[in-house]
Design a protein around this ligand. Structure first.
Ligand SMILES: [Zn+2]
Ligand SMILES: [Zn+2]
Ligand SMILES: [Zn+2]
Length: 156
């Protein structure tokens, strides 16, 4: 297994696969905590390459061949599409979306919408990428820090 993290070394195909794997990771977080059989189905779609979402930067030599031939992209894209479809239609998963606190828009955001969302790496809060751009602080993290400093004041 090889770890591929540095994006400047990535080919376009590789970069594409990496984006999809990141989406797969988020999708999986929803499906594996859903009571339906969707998590099981996702696992079957990805099997026997669970490292695709368990260690998103890890590639076997065989994976790299599949990246080159384009097969890995279609496999992962298929799993991601399945997962996204489930989340938006499942009554348990769909309510676990986020609202952007930076603009208070009513639109429901999910972390796997990589194209137009930004996910905080610390608290996993999700914002519009356009709202998060240029911001240094995440409001959820700021609230958490404030709670730590002033325990007891929960309603901030
Ligand atoms: Zn669900
Ligand atoms: Zn926003
Ligand atoms: Zn945060």
């Amino acid at each position: 297994m090889l770890t591929v993290k540095n994006q400047s070394y990535m080919s376009t195909k590789m970069f594409h696969v990496q984006m999809l794997r990141t989406q797969l990771l988020y999708v999986r977080a929803y499906l594996f905590t859903c009571r339906s059989d969707a998590g099981q189905k996702l696992r079957k779609l990805v099997w026997p390459r669970e490292h695709l979402y368990e260690h998103v930067h890890l590639y076997s030599v065989f994976d790299l061949q599949l990246v080159a031939s384009g097969q890995l992209v279609s496999k992962v894209r298929y799993a991601v599409t399945f997962g996204r479809d489930h989340v938006t239609h499942c009554e348990v998963c769909s309510v676990r979306g986020f609202h952007c606190e930076l603009c208070s828009d009513n639109e429901v955001l999910y972390p796997f919408q990589l194209g137009n969302t930004y996910t905080c790496g610390v608290c996993y809060g999700v914002y519009h990428s356009s709202c998060a751009r240029g911001r240094k602080e995440c409001p959820r993290c700021v609230r958490r820090a404030a709670r730590k400093e002033h325990p007891g004041q929960e309603n901030t």
